[in-house]
Design a binder for this molecule. Structure first.
Ligand code: IMP
Length: 435
């Protein structure tokens, strides 16, 4: 006790890194359980900015165990780059542990991702082109290469050869590309294996030992609920399960190891890549949110699509993840907008009222959002440290979210800095203090 899962409730980029960073201070272990370097967390610490794609945000606390769980797909080149960068900046990475069972993103996965997007043309998903989908596909097809394989040259070669054959056929025009060269791939992998060997561990056991001795373990999700392979806006989703339930599979713990589920939602909505986005704003307000919120992707540098908060989707995410706490981030970005609009229901192409998030793709694609308008606020709220200090309009906005989602808001972000947060709710301090 306790196990705490942190997940995104929208389309990603909600600020999970900041929330994890805050909760991690009092935790003993932080575990990533899915996704790969398609994710990107930006953490600002003492004026320094850190961009992490694979290593859990907790690494900035010396000695904290930071686990890359079995459910993550790891590009070893990127991982080594991150380790080196942190070391250069004098961050102690001694607490890093990498699951021996995690799958590896290989060069041919990246090539396949790029090619599959190119072939889709206008129908592209808008992936991050980091090879994530093809890697998870190989995992399911039992053609994956895992971290533990890096330590055995014979097995590694055999596995890469088996996985490579179908790719060489599918990617014939790239026959000479080093991404398809067995020798080059295995040599690189062996070098990577040598570098990361000290960090490879039985990470599920590490989590059990921490949980069984009463220490706090945080399971840090990447991407978000609406990008979930099963529950998101398929096929415009990622290839893993970012919902809370997946923390068990991706880290190797049981459902009763989880005591709290924190959902993170931005005070408005953003999405990168293609796919339905009912509250999207193609106007000046969308641009205002994009610019004020600095809505540029950490991983790909793409401009994020912006829109109003979507309570239909948020309610769906709250139930799907069975949230016990909600963190609202970037409330400050809404300052200066009047009215503030909130989507409370959808209307289908045929005119039907949709109070619940539609499970059918065709209905969702034709749905338009219907709004309630709330008065806006002008004040800079960046210095507020309690809910009572917020302008009344901002408090009303939070109350509406509470009211319509049934979730308990425990944290509100009022600026990019670590200290620019308000702890709210019945227990104004996180329960973690006891940890
Ligand atoms: P993939 O995960 O690279 O396959 O991309 C699939 C979809 O998920 C695309 O729409 C991406 O833009 C989106 N996506 C993947 N990772 C993130 C993330 O960390 N934040 C936001 N969107 C993401």
């Amino acid at each position: 006790m306790p196990g705490i899962v942190i997940v995104g409730t929208q389309w990603g980029d909600e600020g999970k890194g900041k929330v994890t960073d805050l909760l991690a201070e009092r935790a003993d272990v932080v575990v990533r359980f899915q996704g790969g370097n398609n994710a990107g967390h930006t953490i600002v610490r003492d004026g320094d900015q850190f961009k992490l794609h694979l290593i859990p945000s907790g690494i900035l606390y010396a000695g904290k165990k930071c686990v890359i769980g079995n459910g993550v797909v790891i590009n070893p080149r990127v991982l080594i780059g991150e380790i080196e960068d942190l070391r250069r900046r004098r961050i102690d990475v001694g607490g890093l542990r990498i699951s021996a069972n995690a799958h590896l993103v290989m060069p041919y996965h990246v090539l396949l991702d790029e090619e599959s997007e190119r072939k889709l043309g206008k129908l592209e998903i808008g992936t991050t082109r980091r090879g994530i989908g093809p890697c998870y596909a190989d995992k399911a097809a039992r053609l994956g290469v895992r971290v533990q394989d890096l330590l055995d040259a014979k097995i590694l070669r055999k596995k890469v050869m088996t996985a490579l054959l179908p790719k060489q056929q599918a990617l014939r025009p790239f026959a000479r590309d080093p991404s398809l060269d067995l020798h080059a791939i295995t040599e690189d992998c062996l070098r990577y294996g040598h570098r990361i060997e000290p960090y490879i561990a039985d990470t599920a056991r590490l989590c059990w030992e921490a949980l069984d001795s009463g220490r706090t373990v945080i399971f840090e999700g990447a991407q978000a609920t609406m990008l979930d392979l099963d529950h998101g806006t398929y096929p415009f989703v990622t290839s893993s399960n970012p919902v809370a339930g997946a923390a068990c599979v991706g880290a190797g713990v049981g459902p009763t190891d989880i005591n709290e589920v924190w959902g993170v939602a931005k005070a408005y909505s953003t999405r990168v890549g293609a796919g339905p986005f009912p509250t999207e704003l193609d106007d000046d307000i969308g641009t205002y949110l994009q610019e004020r919120g600095g809505e540029i992707g950490t991983t790909t540098g793409r401009r994020r699509r912006c829109g109003w908060l979507d309570l239909v989707a948020l309610r769906y995410a709250a139930r799907l993840n069975r949230l016990s706490a909600l963190a609202i981030t970037k409330l400050d970005v809404l300052a200066g907008l009047d009215p503030i609009r909130v989507a409370v229901r959808y209307r289908s192409r045929e005119g039907a009222v949709l109070d619940e998030f539609p499970y059918h793709q065709t209905i969702l694609h034709g749905a338009t959002a219907e709004y309630e308008d709330l008065p806006g606020f002008d004040a800079d709220i960046g210095a507020c440290r309690s809910e009572a200090e917020l302008p009344r309009e901002a408090r009303d906005y939070l109350d509406l979210i509470r009211d319509r989602t049934g979730a308990e808001i425990r944290l509100v972000g009022v600026g990019p800095r670590r200290d620019q947060v308000i702890w709210t709710g019945r227990r104004a301090e996180p329960r973690l203090r006891a940890a």
